[in-house]
Design a protein around this ligand. Structure first.
Ligand SMILES: [Zn+2]
Length: 452
């Protein structure tokens, strides 16, 4: 049985009003318990359509959608077939659903997080994560890769499933499960008593030595991870004075990368310090997250291996603001925030200029969920052109996540992940911060309304 969602054109005034697709599924249950599902066909009339960010936009286009897939893209405004609904976006700029390759849906950093981490049950964390997912979707992000959090990774697996089954509104989620990290490494230490830490932090990703690292990767895959993430270097928000340099040794990194690849998983490395970035790239990692202190050797390796850079500039800006504003960072965290802070933007300027593949990521969870599109402005400030910044969040992000068959462009056969804004983001990238229309997998989640 195939469930085909039939969504109507709903108007939502804010993200909190995002409707559940399940509410709108046109299903009828007969007295014998059999479920008949009405297929839905929709036609979007797009004033301007950027179907593929590698190419230019076209005026006056129609997109035919059947169920959750795009059936056709045609020039002009075609009449909807009988029974189909028309979505009028003739005064809008329409583009493919945005993709964020680096979020943490289970967390929202702020003064309360330390206490929340030990107070909140897994179900509470799950509801928080669902709320963050709804905010992200309302902002036009129809796919995210969740790259781990403090707490029980089962929560994100459950949320991924609930969204895929249309029980909860959210972007398509790909997730890594627990982050692979050495004892005392980034993501393992938050300044709690050791016994408290053991309660709140999954040990599933902790490993030391090549064999143990292989085991940790296999464990994530067996739990359902779509991709693998490991920490090649220290990180800002771990409460430990261990800097942001290399943490895993070469043999461990190689074991992680090789095992992930053998199991068909893309592998990403959290990396700030130069040695860690280069060790990860030498081992064949698919993406470097942050990349703050990349050097000429890093650029050479990126280009040689076709690895992606996921900058997350907004995370650097956010932690720098926290360090300046006395918003609960410990001395160890604040010192690292000041070290990394603006370096990420400089790193993007460098990698972009050199022609490295750039995939969009924000590290939201550090910054506020739902404000992901603020990264675009920072990317252009680092020297990226607006079309390239949009390409990073569509075509290139889909390539990194290995979902180009489904997402990244508006083309026949792909998932109907389509968003719209009031004006051309090619001229003013910040219009993406004011999303007007969001369709994910054929369902309309937002039509009109203001951004929260
Ligand atoms: Zn992160």
């Amino acid at each position: 049985m195939v469930l085909t969602a039939l969504s109507k054109n709903v108007s939502v005034s804010c993200a909190a009003d995002v409707r559940l697709a399940a509410d709108r599924q046109a299903t009828t249950t007969s007295s014998r318990g059999r479920t008949d599902v009405t297929a839905s066909t929709k036609v979007i009339h797009a004033g301007t359509l950027l179907a593929d960010a590698s190419q230019g936009p076209e005026r006056q286009q129609s997109v035919l959608i059947e169920g959750e897939r795009i059936k056709a893209v045609s020039p002009g405004f075609i009449d909807p077939p009988a029974g189909a609904s028309l979505i009028d976006l003739r005064d809008k700029f329409v583009l493919a659903g945005l993709i964020d390759c680096h979020v943490h849906l289970m967390a929202q950093f702020g003064p309360k997080l330390r206490l929340q981490t030990v107070e909140d049950s897994d179900p509470k964390t799950g509801f928080n994560a669902a709320h963050h997912a709804a905010l992200t979707l309302a902002a036009g992000f129809t796919t995210v890769r969740d790259v781990g959090a403090i707490g029980n990774p089962e929560v994100i697996f459950a949320l991924r499933g609930a969204i895929a089954e249309r029980k909860v509104a959210g972007p398509r989620v790909l997730c890594v499960g627990a982050v692979i990290s050495p004892t005392g490494g980034h993501g393992q230490t938050y300044g709690y008593r050791h016994d408290v830490c053991a309660c709140v932090q999954s040990a599933s990703g902790r490993c030391d030595g090549a064999d143990d690292c292989r085991r940790a990767v296999r464990r994530q895959v067996s739990h359902g991870a779509d991709a693998i993430k490991f920490v090649a270097t220290g990180g800002v928000l771990s409460d430990i004075k261990a800097g942001v340099d290399q943490q895993f040794i070469r043999e461990e990194i190689q074991a992680i990368v090789d095992t992930a690849h053998a199991l068909g998983r893309r592998v990403s490395a959290h990396a700030h310090g130069t040695a860690g970035i280069n060790a990860a790239l030498e081992a064949g990692v698919d993406s470097i997250e942050h990349g703050s202190f990349m050097d000429d050797r890093s650029i050479e390796l990126f280009l040689k291996n076709g690895a992606f850079h996921v900058p997350t500039i907004i995370a650097g800006v956010t932690v720098l603001e926290m360090a300046a504003g006395g918003s609960g960072l410990s001395e160890a965290q604040a010192a690292k925030a000041r070290t990394v802070g603006l370096k990420i933007k400089e790193a993007l300027a460098r990698s972009y200029k050199a022609g490295v593949a750039i995939a969009f990521g924000t590290d939201m969870g550090v910054g506020p969920h739902g404000q992901n599109a603020r990264e675009f402005r920072l990317m252009t400030e680092a020297g990226m052109s607006a079309p390239d910044a949009i390409k990073a969040a569509t075509v290139t992000a889909a390539k990194l996540l290995d979902i180009s068959d489904d997402a990244g462009t508006i083309a026949p056969g792909k998932s109907a992940d389509i968003v719209a804004v009031d004006a051309s983001p090619l001229e003013d990238i910040t219009v993406l911060e004011r999303m007007r229309f969001v369709m994910a997998r054929g369902d309309v989640y937002r039509h009109g309304g203001s951004q929260p």
